[in-house]
Design a protein around this ligand. Structure first.
Ligand code: AMP
Length: 475
């Protein structure tokens, strides 16, 4: 007997899971599936890549199997609201996969796509609708969609929806559904605002947590490289060498495009996805990455949640994320479904306070390598240089997509508050390292040597990659 049986799923759904290679439920599935089938409201904290999607999609499909009903035109029985288009597309694909043997009508409604086709889909009446908040509200305001008969609402990646300022829209949307509905709220982190949204919109919810709050999956080998900003690009070239699939996160759209150009000059093919790219460009880049035609994807945070590609071996934070929660999501792109993975964060002197925020959130200090070893002759980051002592202005965040732009006003107010006084371990403070001055691997120390004791070379662009990441750009 499969362990999925015990959760109350029917044989044909279990068969689909077995074909997909799922032997047993993940912890979040074991907890959420029976509760959802029981009709409970749920607040779930789950790490990224833990099988969250199946946890809420399987009960929806199970219910559809048990009770095949036609949904009226312009209505949906279950609504899944997500922050990004990529995540919406991915969940839609997962519903198609898990629901291969269950009759259902579904649609994926996101911004950046023409309206008429979406209106036609909505007219058919849907069992499951996956949507981003901006476009969803547009359709509701235009009378193309009513939630009057919606039985289940799932709010996925609630903390990113909060970051993108979607909460006012979410409240307006959910309040149009009947009071007698089931509501599920899932988030990787649980800031106060999410708790209060849950109190407002959910009815006596059951709390489900499968991992300590905001703890990045254990199998990710996390490292920090302390490096001057101009040296970040050469380090990327060295890092992607011999990697199977790498995703590089940049803070800005411009930064992502610049990095694509730089890598292309080094004969390394890469594509970028961000809010200025059309939906078809974003899909094309993701497809090329998924299929392995390209081994490097450069993304802004907007894409961080939607990418589930099992074999991402390396995540690089080209910029330290401005919110610590984004760090958890970025690095969660690797080590998915029980695999191992590596995450490297390139941190310049201006970014050390952001790094400290991350360490506070994940409750551990990240191992850091000071890449300043060759600062004197190669222009690497020298923590003792006068420029290192001057923290610069906090860098601007990437502009949001059109879905997010409309709702930007709700941006979290606590972001600034969380920034404390200047980091005591800031390279500018010299001897401020918590690790002590005797360590070879120190953020504050002057000299740097690798584990073997040999000094390391800064900048790998003299030695371009030979691994699978290398491909003649444009060939
Ligand atoms: P998610 O967190 O929903 O994005 O899922 C992460 C990955 O885990 C996806 O590639 C799923 O296909 C996979 N997955 C989900 N549930 C299971 C399971 N029970 N056994 C093995 N893999 C799973």
């Amino acid at each position: 007997m499969s362990q999925f049986d015990r959760l109350g799923l029917s044989p044909s759904l279990i068969k689909t899971l077995t074909t997909a290679g799922y032997e047993k439920p993940t912890p979040i599935q074991a907890k959420v599936i029976p509760l959802m089938l029981d009709g409970r409201d749920i607040v779930g904290i789950a790490q990224t890549g833990t099988g969250k999607t199946a946890a809420f999609v399987l009960p929806l499909l199970e219910r559809l199997k048990a009770n095949q009903h036609k949904v009226k035109s312009g209505h949906c029985a279950a609504l899944i609201i997500v922050p990004t288009r990529e995540l919406a597309a991915q969940i839609d694909e997962n519903i198609a996969k898990y629901g291969a043997h269950v009759y259902h009508q579904r649609a994926c409604i996101v911004g950046g796509v023409k309206y008429p086709k979406q209106i036609n889909r909505l007219k058919q009446g849907l069992h499951i609708l996956v949507a981003t908040p901006g476009r969803l509200e547009d359709h509701m305001k235009s009378g193309n969609l009513s939630l009057a008969h919606t039985e289940t609402i799932i709010l996925d990646e609630a903390d990113q929806m909060l970051d993108l300022g979607f909460f006012p829209a979410i409240r307006r949307i959910v309040k149009q559904a009947p009071r007698q509905r089931q509501t599920i709220l899932l988030s990787a982190t649980m800031p106060k605002q999410i708790r209060s949204l849950a109190t407002d919109l959910l009815d006596n919810p059951t709390d489900v947590a499968v991992a300590p709050q905001a703890k990045p999956v254990d199998k990710i080998n996390q490292q920090v490289m302390l490096v001057e900003k101009p040296q970040k690009r050469p380090h990327i070239v060295t890092l992607v060498e011999n990697q199977f699939r790498t995703i590089i996160f940049t803070r800005t759209k411009h930064g992502a495009d610049q990095l694509v150009k730089y890598l292309s000059k080094q004969n390394i093919a890469a594509s970028a996805i961000h809010g200025n790219k059309s939906q078809s460009q974003r899909q094309r880049a993701l497809q090329a990455f998924r299929k392995g035609d390209e081994h490097i994807l450069i993304a802004t945070d907007i894409a961080a949640r939607g990418i589930d590609i099992p074999d991402i071996s390396l995540v690089v934070n080209y910029d330290v994320p401005t919110t610590p929660e984004a760090y958890v999501h970025r690095i969660g792109r690797t080590a998915r479904a029980g695999r191992e993975g590596k995450a490297v964060t390139l941190c310049s002197p201006e970014e050390t306070n952001l790094l400290r925020d991350i360490e506070k959130l994940i409750k551990r200090q990240l191992p850091a390598e000071n890449m300043a070893h060759a600062a004197d002759n190669e222009g690497g980051y020298n923590p003792m240089s006068p420029s290192a002592a001057k923290p610069k202005k906090r860098p601007a965040e990437d502009a949001p997509t059109d879905d997010a732009r409309v709702h930007r006003s709700g941006k979290r107010a606590d972001q600034k508050k969380r920034r404390g006084p200047k980091d005591s371990r800031s390279p500018g403070n010299g001897a401020g390292s918590k690790r002590g001055s005797g360590s070879k691997r120190t953020r504050g120390g002057k000299a740097y040597a690798d584990r073997s004791g040999r000094p390391r070379r800064a900048g790998g662009n003299k030695n371009p990659p030979r691994g699978p990441a290398r491909r003649r750009a444009g060939s």
